[in-house]
Design a binder for this molecule. Structure first.
Ligand code: TXA
Ligand code: MG
Length: 309
């Protein structure tokens, strides 16, 4: 992986690689993505291969403009329009019926497609420079913690990537909210950077879905996910000598975490990547309060602490 900066030259090099059918690591405001030309089946297959991800686990197509999003969708409802106006560019992914433009390889064989306009200037610059939708999952191996800095990219990914754009640390630090808009009943498939309350306000209605309704609500939603190599154990309070994340004062091998959910989210993956380097068997994490503003953080901690299925 050749590392470039998100300047004119770096973006041009990265866009060239995308148009050559190669993989590029791209910063977004949520996490770093592993990008390929979303309309080229051979390039999309390289993404699955590099991640070690099952082929039926669909990818998000990223675009720079709402008009490009609509070309990928067969149906674009008023609800989609309202959400796109309110949250794009930003950490919201909409699942809608797919148009014929979208290759089945990108959607894992589904007739729906996930679409998002990312808010990071480097991602937008790349999208505009290559003029194609980018299929872009998080740039980690399957089931592992998403990267929030270029330095988190694992060697197994890096050796399959042509160019990595170094855009510094990701502002949000957790993945986008995935919202299913393909039926009359909107459903959050994955909590993320846009909260349930914000979505309800934009749609002017309550969502009827319940978080954690079942272990596999969407293809590719495995109970264990977003996990460090070490086992993650949720606890009330860290004991002295336990390696992990605390709200209190951090002893050696411990990292202090902020009590603000957004600041916590921005730090979480970086902290897990850091502690995983210590090679411990278990990372202990003081559980945040079970309150709506912690929904996304709790979702990721819960998934990372599941035993492998
Ligand atoms: O913040 C993000 O969303 C990052 C950045 C790079 O944009 N991307 C990301 O992609 O997290 P990935 O592939 O790691 O997660 C995509 C999620 C998966 O849980 C997948 O199952 C779901 O979106 N998804 C994608 N297409 C879908 C579809 N057609 N129907 C239901 N779920 C879908
Ligand atoms: Mg991922």
């Amino acid at each position: 992986m050749r590392i470039v900066l998100p300047n004119e030259e770096g973006i041009a090099v990265a866009a060239g690689s995308i148009l050559d059918g190669e993989l590029v690591v791209v910063p977004t405001e949520t996490v770093y993505g592993l990008a390929a030309d979303g309309l080229c089946p051979a390039a999309v297959l390289k993404v699955f291969e590099a991640k070690g991800r099952p082929a039926e686990n669909p990818l998000i197509l990223h675009v720079a403009e709402p008009s490009a999003a609509k070309e990928l969708a067969q149906v674009w409802t008023e609800g989609c329009e309202a959400l796109a106006k309110r949250f794009w560019p930003g950490p919201l992914t909409l699942v809608v019926p797919k148009s014929d433009a979208v290759p089945m390889e990108a959607t894992g064989g589904l007739n729906t497609v996930a679409i998002r306009i990312p808010a990071h200037p480097a991602a937008l610059a790349l999208l505009r420079a290559c003029g194609r939708p980018l299929a872009m999952p998080s740039a980690n191996r399957f089931m592992q913690v998403s990267p929030t800095r270029i330095g988190h990219i694992s060697p197994e990914i890096a050796e399959r990537v042509a160019v990595g754009i170094d855009g510094g640390p990701c502002r949000i630090g957790l993945e986008s909210t995935v919202l299913d808009m393909s039926s009359g009943e909107p459903k959050i498939l994955r909590p993320g950077g846009v909260s349930r309350a914000e979505i309800e306000a934009a749609l002017r209605r309550k969502l009827n879905d319940r978080p954690y309704a079942g272990p596999r609500r969407s293809p590719g939603m495995y109970a264990r996910h977003y996990a460090p190599r070490a086992r993650l154990c949720l606890v009330e309070t860290l004991l002295p000598g336990q390696v992990g994340l605390t709200f209190g004062e951090a002893a050696e091998g411990q990292l202090h975490m902020p009590r603000d959910p957004s600041a916590y989210a921005a730090n979480l993956y970086d902290s897990l990547h850091h502690l995983d380097q210590l090679g411990v068997d278990c990372i202990f994490v003081e559980a945040p309060p079970d309150q709506p503003e912690w929904e996304t953080v709790l979702d990721r901690l819960w998934k990372a602490s599941e035993p492998p299925d």
